[in-house]
Design a protein around this ligand. Structure first.
Ligand code: UN1
Length: 527
């Protein structure tokens, strides 16, 4: 642990093949430190700047080894939620009136604190989600960049204020963007640091105050992020955190006094929030939801197969397929199908599954028993429909019995109209479909409710253009070996969920995300 963490190279999702030996050595120390000093503690909620340890407790298990506790958390009840929302409402007028550059300074301070603590927070995230070392480090780097990117956007655009045209000399019109008030932010387990930091920092930069609810599996990193905000000196009540399960989330959305919701998670829950919250009152309220995907990749006759195999296996099986951006269906041209499948199967068999605290491990466990059951059912359905299955087994024995470990699974030869080609599974489960016409394949890939990411491997420009012009998804990638459909990075990609993948029309990670947390007001004044 001798190196200053800020002098070490940064891990992103796309540079994962570089030499990170110094980073790895440093990370070993952080993993040991987190194991001894951060796991298994009691973690209070944060309301109005104070730790609140009221109500029923629950223990969140570590998915890598379920006999280990991540910590003990307090399920916020209606009274806690009401206090958190009231604290946010009380703090909001001053916070919203503060100059954008001052809000940005405070959030940038939080990003610097997160950077100082990044190895510990990445190790906590690894234990919490069961993600690989590189994915955990990359995620915390992403969180830091998200806060910096949005802060910079706010300051560069001067809070998005601009002067409009004058109808006469004595008249002036200023166009300004104003906060809504209080945002509830509900985050998922899979990117507990980056998605939480992205949604909460944006809401606050825009001048809103926040009541944040992490996933019940991810209260540990939720609280570590809350500590960064608190230690940066955010005024009391600007950021509040309440833990709990779906019931707490529902109670938060239903609590009076919430003006907007930012949510990342399943399509079903996002749509429920849109109906219950967005459209249930006397006027529409903003619901900025990112809601999953069924992301196709097309491997054409002109593909560089080495890149395709690498990109597809990384995107399908990285983080055990538990990404809304995961590649879950691959369309392969008949002419290259045999060779591609053979090479993909070999690459998949070579992926190391096990304890992700160990350096060579690429896949850890799936998050919980429900995910394991979904895996079992999906394999059964594939088998019953005559699918050819590679993998498909639960891994058991010794260490593996302490968590839910499954094989990365590839299913070919399913009937083309099978639901496994269309439904999001959130598992290391890839279905293979064949094609002879790329245009038709893209139409079949588009014929799902989702539209988040899509990838192609094609060296032929006509094929490439056909893909770019016709794929119905917010994030498109071509010929990427680090990930066919995954790995978006703040300022480098935008992340816009089309169709059933999102409610907003502008993506996270990009220049248009922040203004969605504000409403526009024009002010015409004659003096
Ligand atoms: C998610 O997949 O749940 O692009 C969020 C990616 C990451 C994660 C996005 N930025 O793969």
């Amino acid at each position: 642990m001798s190196d200053d963490p800020r002098t070490l190279p940064r891990v992103t999702y796309s540079n994962i093949n570089e030499d990170f030996s110094r980073v790895q050595a440093h990370f070993d120390g952080a993993i040991a430190n987190v194991r001894t000093n951060l796991l298994g503690r009691e973690r209070a909620n944060l309301i109005d700047g104070r730790d609140v340890s009221d109500g029923a407790t629950y223990v969140a298990p570590c998915p890598i080894d379920r006999t280990v506790a991540l910590g003990t958390f307090f399920a916020a009840g209606p009274a806690d939620i009401a206090r958190a929302v009231a604290a946010a409402r009380k703090a909001q007028p001053d916070w919203g009136r503060m100059a954008p550059s001052r809000r940005a300074d405070l959030l940038l301070k939080a990003a610097s604190i997160l950077e100082e603590r990044k190895f510990d927070i990445a190790a906590a995230c690894l234990f919490e989600v069961g993600k690989s070392r590189m994915e955990a480090l990359g995620e915390v780097e992403e969180a830091i960049d998200l806060i910096r990117y949005y802060s910079n956007e706010l300051v560069t655009h001067d809070g998005f204020a601009r002067d409009l045209k004058r109808a006469q000399a004595s008249e002036e019109t200023h166009d300004v963007f104003r906060p809504y008030g209080v945002f509830a932010v509900i985050a998922p387990f899979n990117f507990p640091v980056a998605l939480a930091a992205g949604m909460t920092s944006t809401a606050m930069l825009a001048g809103n105050c926040v009541v944040f609810k992490p996933s019940p599996m991810a209260g540990l990193t939720g609280r570590l992020l809350a500590d960064c905000y608190r230690d940066a000196g955010l005024p009391d009540g600007v950021f509040n955190m309440v833990c709990g399960d779906a019931g707490t989330g529902r109670a938060l959305v239903d609590a009076g006094g919430v003006d907007g919701v930012a949510f990342t998670g399943s399509h079903a829950v996002g749509m429920e929030i849109l109906r219950r919250f967005g459209a249930s009152g006397p006027f529409a309220r903003p619901v900025l939801a990112e809601m999953g995907g069924k992301n196709p990749t097309y491997v054409t006759q002109s593909a560089d197969l080495a890149r395709a195999v690498s990109g597809v296996s990384r995107s399908a099986f990285g983080l055990q397929g538990q990404k809304c951006s995961a590649c879950s269906v691959v369309f392969v041209h008949d002419a290259v199908r045999g060779e591609f499948l053979e090479r993909l199967a070999a690459a998949t068999r070579a992926l190391k599954i096990g304890d992700p605290t160990e350096r060579p491990v690429f896949m850890g466990p799936v998050i919980n028993e429900a995910a394991l059951r979904r895996f079992g059912t999906s394999v059964e359905q594939a088998r019953a429909a005559g699918g050819k299955i590679i993998g498909g087994e639960k891994i058991s024995g010794a260490f593996f019995d302490n968590g839910f470990y499954v094989e990365p699974t590839i299913v070919a030869d399913l009937p083309d109209d099978h639901a496994l080609h269309r439904d999001e599974l959130f598992l290391p489960f890839l279905t293979v479909r064949r094609f002879s016409s790329l245009q038709e394949a893209i139409a079949r890939g588009n014929a799902v409710r989702y539209g988040l990411t899509a990838g192609v491997y094609a060296q032929d420009e006509t094929e490439l253009n056909l893909f770019l012009e016709s794929a119905e998804a917010g994030v498109l990638y071509a010929n990427r070996p680090s990930g066919a459909t995954t790995g978006a990075w703040p300022g480098f990609q935008t992340f816009s969920g089309w169709k059933g993948s999102g409610t907003g029309t502008k993506g996270g990670l990009g220049p248009w995300y922040l203004p969605q947390f504000m409403r526009e007001q024009s002010r015409t004044i004659i003096r």
